[in-house]
Structure formats: structure tokens, C-alpha cells
Design a protein around this ligand. Structure first.
Ligand code: ZN
Ligand code: CU
Length: 475
């Protein structure tokens, strides 16, 4: 009945969606040792939680921190929100495996800046991260575009038989070495040339790795969002592999309201398929500036530009006016660049957020010096703005969407739940004051209301500051 740390007098929200209850929690080594009335217990460190909420650390199921966990291992943007685990390698792009020495096409070049020698195998990346741990736990998907870039000279067409065989073998190895699933991004140029048959062939490899998913940034999230979703569902039916729709949205004014069709499609498919989705709690998206999104957007902010870093934070329209050129010419000059695009409707955002399968993600990328506010604000925004202020769902349900449900879906064993024996990834927050402070104007701001964060039993964030701990595991 002795622990390293005891948190007394907390309001426990356990990540399963169950109602909150008062209690204490004890940490020993990297695990939760006991939960309940621990008045008979003693510990080296005792904290009075003061009736604040103690929840499992949040799991951000969709980010692009593959290289950032190595370059900036403290990852304040995640920890300051209560995030203790991230899933990297999304949208078809992962830091490993990279067996090509050629320059990387965008947006792979935005995820991997070659700050390190390229990781030719997933095992090499996993080993490097294990030896140089980050402050958060990290899992990683294997990008389909990596396989294409590695094995194909001409990315404009579907892979031929020989290329497919090589891609499948490389994926099979990366999954065996610990990759958490396959991500695809047929929306983006490196994979736009792939057809559904190619995606099906590659996805079949997942059948050798039970539970691992096909996670997709769909071919289209705008005018053809229905067709994009249908393609993902077709791939599920052809392969019987679990299908996960990334950052689900209906982009462009003409497509606002289409979540009234897409969500029922997901519900119909789940009768015979394992289906899931995640989303970000904002009406603006963010990706490479020349993604074509600007045609659908009511406003575009330059998030970062390699040749013109001083234009970060400016509206693309203002930049074009100042330069006396049209939008396309301004965009061309700014490349390589990232943008923030106002393309979604609030009704769709709320409808998608409240669907019973939806997980919360930030889709954060460590690129550009004026990022989307989601990089710093996503999780407190869901808890403060959408759960508490808008009453979209009970706090317990909001927490489940960023903890227990996320761990279940991505196969993160002993994470995302307050349970004896589970890893002590924990966040202590004030349910009355928690809120995002990051805005489109000033995006790099920590949230309010996050008091303490533990990662594998180590206190890592406290009262607005990082403790320096780097206790993250590779998952
Ligand atoms: Zn994406
Ligand atoms: Cu993404």
C-alpha cells in the first residue's frame, strides 16, 4: 500500500464514458497502482487534486509529428493540451520506410525535412525513437505514398504488378516491425495516380496483421466527398480490413450539409465492416498551400512559406494585392508553403463531432511559424467550447472520444483508461476553466485549465510549464 505518487480528492473520469466519481489514484513506476478510497495508502509524493477532473491522458489519433518527436521531443503543443500519446504517419506520409534518396515530393517533404538520415526501415525509426525518447508516447502508421515514392519512378499512374509486389512486401515488413496500420492519401499528388485496385491490393497486406487498419485521407473531401467515402468503403468490402476515415469534413460551400449523407453511409457500412472516423473541432482546415483547397475557401491564411517566412499569418488575398498579382501567382511564389483554409460549415463540424464513432484529432503538423490554432487548442476546445459551453455532449463522452475509444480503435493496449495496471498517462484539468486560447490570429498559445500531465507515471507538464521529462514509449 505504498506508491510513488498519490493524487487525492480527484473527480475521476475513466475514459470509458462512465459517469465521473470522486476518488484517489496511486501511481507506482509507470502504471496505475490503485484507484478508489486510498486513505490507507502512503506515497513519496502526494497531490491534492482539489476536486478537479483526473482523466486518462489524451490520445491524438492523427498528427504529423513523425520527425517532430525527434527534433522537438518536448512537444509542448501536445502536452500543454493534456495529450500524452500521438499517432503519426497519417495521410499517406510517414517518416519510414524511406528507401529512396531522391528529393521528397510535397507534402511528404513537409513531414520529413531530412533533419536525420532517412530511416530505411520502420525498425530503424522505432529504435532511434526508443533510444531518444520524446515526452509523449508515439505510434506510427505506414504511408502508402512512401511505398510509391520508394518503388515507382513515375507517380502519375497506378503501380504495375512488379511495383505492387515490392510495395506490398515493404508494407508487410514495416507492419511486422511495429507500424500500426496503413495510411493513404489519394487526395495528394504522390498518390493521386493510384486507382482503387492498387489501394485494394496494398490493403490486402493488412489481413496478415489482424486489427491493423486502413486509415485514409480520402481522394476527395469536397465536391466528390460521397464518391471518396464510397471508395474507402469499397476497399473495406473487398479486403474485410477495418476502415478509418481521417479528419472527416465536407469541404466547400457547395458541399456544406453533405455530412447528412456521409454519416448514414458510415452507419450502413458498419453493419458489415469495422468503420471509424476522426475529426478536428474547427471550420478551417490546413494543408499545403497549393492543394487546390483555396478554390473552395472563403478565406486563406498563409501558415508558413519557405521563401517568404515574413508572410506567415497574412491572408493570401492581402499578399496577392500587395504584390499586384492574382491569387494563383501569389501562391506559386510562396511555395513551398502551408495554408489555413476556411472551407467547412459549423453544422457539419458539430454533426460529425457528435457521431457516436467520432474520435478527436488535431491533424497537427510542425510546419510554418503561423500554424492552424488546432496545433495548440484542439482538446481543450472540445472539452471547454463544445462539451461545456455548447452542451454538444457530456464531459464523460467528450473524454471517451479522446481516450478509451481512441485506444480501442488504434489497438493501444493499456492506454486511454483509468484502471489498475494500465499505464499512468494522466491529465488533471479544471472542467470549469478549460478552454483553448489559440486563435487564427495568435495560434501559438497554450490552453487554460490543464493543471498537470503525467506520461508513464512521470510528471511532464505542470502549471503551464514542461518539467523536462521524456518518458514517452514507442507503441
Ligand atoms: Zn490529411
Ligand atoms: Cu493529416
Amino acid at each position: 500500500m505504498h506508491a510513488d505518487t498519490i493524487l487525492r480528492n480527484a473527480l475521476l473520469i475513466d475514459g470509458t464514458g462512465a459517469p465521473r466519481r470522486a476518488g484517489d489514484l496511486a501511481i507506482r513506476d509507470d502504471r496505475i497502482a490503485a484507484i478508489g478510497d486510498l486513505s490507507g495508502w502512503a506515497a513519496g509524493v502526494e497531490h491534492d487534486a482539489g476536486g478537479k477532473v483526473l482523466a486518462p491522458g489524451f490520445i491524438d489519433v492523427h498528427v504529423h509529428y513523425d520527425e517532430a518527436v525527434l527534433v522537438n521531443p518536448q512537444l509542448e503543443s501536445a502536452l500543454s493540451q493534456g495529450v500524452t500519446t500521438v499517432v503519426n504517419g497519417n495521410c499517406g506520409f510517414s517518416i519510414a520506410p524511406l528507401t529512396t534518396d531522391a528529393p521528397l515530393p510535397m507534402p511528404l517533404g513537409a513531414v520529413v525535412n531530412d533533419a536525420f538520415p532517412r530511416f530505411r526501415t520502420y525498425a530503424a525509426y522505432d529504435r532511434f525513437l526508443r533510444d531518444n525518447p520524446a515526452s509523449v508516447n508515439a505510434a506510427c502508421l505506414i504511408g502508402h505514398s512512401n511505398l510509391r515514392v520508394n518503388m515507382m519512378a513515375d507517380l502519375s499512374r497506378p503501380a504495375d504488378r512488379a511495383e505492387l509486389k515490392a510495395m506490398c512486401a515493404q508494407l508487410d515488413q514495416a507492419l511486422a516491425e511495429g507500424g500500426k496500420g496503413l495510411s493513404t492519401g489519394p487526395f495528394y499528388p504522390p498518390a493521386r495516380g493510384s486507382d482503387t485496385d492498387e489501394l485494394i491490393e496494398v490493403t490486402r497486406v493488412l489481413r496478415n496483421h489482424p486489427g491493423k487498419m486502413y486509415v485514409t485521407h480520402m481522394r476527395d473531401e469536397g465536391d466528390r466527398v460521397i464518391e471518396g467515402l464510397q471508395e474507402a468503403i469499397d476497399i473495406g468490402h473487398a479486403t474485410e480490413v477495418p476502415i478509418h476515415i481521417s479528419h472527416h469534413k465536407c469541404a466547400g460551400l457547395a458541399n456544406h450539409g453533405k455530412s447528412c449523407q456521409t454519416l448514414p453511409m458510415i452507419d450502413a457500412a458498419r453493419a458489415s465492416l469495422s468503420m471509424g472516423l476522426d475529426t478536428t473541432p474547427y471550420i478551417a482546415s490546413s494543408t499545403m498551400l497549393n492543394s487546390g483547397r483555396h478554390k473552395q475557401a472563403s478565406r486563406v491564411i498563409v501558415a508558413g512559406s519557405k521563401p517568404y517566412p515574413e508572410m506567415s499569418g497574412r491572408d493570401l488575398e492581402d499578399v496577392a494585392r500587395e504584390w499586384g498579382v492574382d491569387l494563383d501567382a501569389a501562391m506559386e511564389r510562396l511555395l513551398p508553403a502551408m495554408g489555413v483554409f476556411f472551407i467547412m460549415g459549423e453544422d457539419d463540424v458539430q454533426r460529425i463531432l457528435t457521431h457516436d464513432l467520432t474520435l478527436i484529432c488535431s491533424d497537427a503538423i510542425a510546419e510554418g511559424n503561423h500554424p492552424h490554432p488546432r496545433v495548440w487548442g484542439t482538446f481543450p476546445r472540445v472539452l471547454g467550447h463544445y462539451a461545456r459551453d455548447k452542451g454538444l455532449f457530456p464531459l464523460e463522452n467528450a473524454v471517451a472520444r479522446m481516450t478509451g475509444m481512441s485506444a480501442d480503435r488504434f489497438g493501444l493496449t493499456d492506454r486511454g483508461v483509468l484502471r489498475e495496471g494500465a499505464f499512468a498517462d494522466l491529465v488533471l484539468f479544471d472542467p470549469e476553466t478549460i478552454i483553448d486560447r489559440a486563435t487564427y490570429e495568435v495560434p501559438k498559445q497554450t490552453a487554460a485549465g490543464i493543471e498537470k500531465v503525467w506520461v508513464n507515471g512521470r510528471l511532464t507538464w505542470q502549471d503551464g510549464a514542461h518539467t523536462g521529462a521524456r518518458a514517452g514509449h514507442t507503441l
